[in-house]
Design a protein around this ligand. Structure first.
Ligand code: DLL
Length: 436
């Protein structure tokens, strides 16, 4: 098979040269990190006051981990390493409470990110002649704009459709001969189930490939989507703290996701002890940015569990491959690709004086899409009152939730004592989605 590369030299670089490059970039990154209030203190404590204090990649272990809480506590500018005038874009993502995490980008940061996505796209065998329909939402979420610029750099015709509006998505795919889609697994299944309803057959479409990510899915789901849409599905992993998509992506051999190690140092650690694990051992993924100026992050704990696939890939790329994400070490939920922490929901509903002590977060599948139902107990006297008042309360809770978690939940009001009570640790989340 003829293998195409976007940047063959760097994608197939020998491991020794790659490590050399990592060290050079790590020193540069330390230089940027020392300009932020958070890292200045932390690095000094670890005896690192200048990039020259980093002599080898092993010195990375002297640096403490960075957590999502660190990002939240540094909001809005504690991790900004450049002049605000040099920042040209920000992206944010949800934190465990109302405070989001923010990543700033310089022009060079965005150029680097675009380069990574161009590599990913070419690695899947797509070309400039493909028509790319981006069904990830545009905005602060990184799935939309991230792939968008990568696809443009490759020279594809980009349809920036964004998420939702299935009828229009299908019409766009048909009218413009879309050949590559970027989409969450759940939305891909939903679209597949709707083709018939909208009177479109697969023969009228020109689909070849789909890039799926932003939420967990299994090999079986991949095969199902490949069969239903008659396409090749490629797994794509990323997180907003590491730019977003473009961290790890499958090549045409679809045997794990190459992680661009000239841009990220990837460590797999035992989540309990923090010790580094070997290739093949499952643990928490920890990333260090190597090419980011505006928001360098050192040893960021992703909370995602996976392992590195030992051995070489037939595509000759030397950047190591990640397994599927096998789980998380925290309670973050991913609902139709959107990350939600139960604590965010609790924070919103407990603002309402009408709300009692108990609530439940219930998630299920409906027409292949995730459905979120927030069940809350309210004080009984409210049930004897006006129905319209209850409806208004429900709407207010729903609106506040939507504003906070960017998902439109169904809100149910319940009488006190009607939701399950737990003597020990409350089981607030009931996730009825089929196992992966
Ligand atoms: O979801 C970035 C992204 C967009 C990746 C589009 C791929 C495609 P966040 O919103 O910060 O960023 O969510 C990151 O989503 O820590 C994982 O738990 C989960 N996740 C992302 N990709 C995958 C995947 C984007 N392929 C969080 N498989 C991560 C399983 C994934 N989980």
């Amino acid at each position: 098979m003829e293998i195409a590369y976007w940047n063959k030299e760097i994608e197939t670089i020998d491991r020794d040269s790659l490590k050399h490059l990592q060290l050079k970039y790590l020193k540069e990154t330390i230089g940027y990190a020392l300009r932020t209030s958070l890292y200045k203190k932390r690095l000094q404590k670890a005896g690192i006051t200048s990039p020259d204090d980093i002599k080898s990649l092993d010195d990375l272990k002297r640096i403490p981990f960075t957590t999502k809480d660190d990002l939240r506590e540094s909001y809005p500018r504690g991790l900004l390493a450049v002049d605000i005038g040099d920042v040209i874009r920000i992206h944010t993502s949800s934190g465990t409470t109302g405070t989001p995490t923010v990543i700033y980008h310089t022009q060079q940061d965005l150029n680097n990110w675009t380069e990574l996505l161009a590599r990913c796209i070419i690695a899947t065998g797509a070309t400039r002649n493909d028509v790319f329909q981006n069904m990830m939402s545009y905005g602060l979420f990184t799935g939309g704009l991230g792939l968008h610029y990568g696809a443009e750099a490759v020279g594809m015709m980009v349809i920036p459709a964004g998420g939702g509006n299935t009828r229009r998505q299908i019409k766009l795919m048909k009218d413009f001969r879309t050949s590559v889609i970027h989409i969450t697994p759940s939305y891909a299944l939903h679209i597949a189930s709707k083709l018939e309803e909208f009177g479109v057959s697969l023969n009228e479409l020109a689909l070849r490939k789909a890039y799926l990510g932003a939420e967990p899915y299994s090999e079986n789901t991949r095969r199902k989507i490949e069969d239903l849409l008659r396409i090749d599905v490629y797994n794509s992993y990323g997180l907003s703290e590491m730019n977003g998509p473009g961290v790890s992506f499958e090549c045409v051999y679809k045997c794990g996701m190459h992680t661009w190690e000239d841009n990220y140092i990837l460590e797999v650690i035992d989540p309990k002890s923090g010790e580094n694990l070997d290739d093949g051992e499952e643990g928490e993924l920890v990333f260090t940015t190597l090419r980011r100026q505006a928001t360098p992050l050192l040893r960021y704990r992703s909370r995602d569990l996976a392992y590195i696939l030992p051995g070489d890939c037939e595509c000759k790329r030397t950047h190591r491959r990640l397994s599927r994400i096998t789980g998380r070490t925290d309670d973050m939920l991913i609902i139709n690709g959107v990350n939600v922490f139960p604590s965010q929901i609790e924070e919103v509903i407990m603002q309402f004086p009408e709300v009692g002590h108990n609530y439940q977060i219930y998630i299920d599948k409906q027409e292949n899409l995730d459905k979120l139902i927030v069940k809350v107990e309210i004080y009984s006297k409210l049930f004897t009152g006006d129905l319209a008042e209850l409806e208004a309360l429900k709407r207010r809770i729903k609106d506040e939730l939507r504003a906070s978690i960017v998902i439109n939940p169904t809100v149910e009001l319940h009488e006190p004592g009607s939701l399950p009570v737990f003597e020990g640790k409350a089981q607030r989340v009931v996730d009825k989605r089929p196992a992966l």
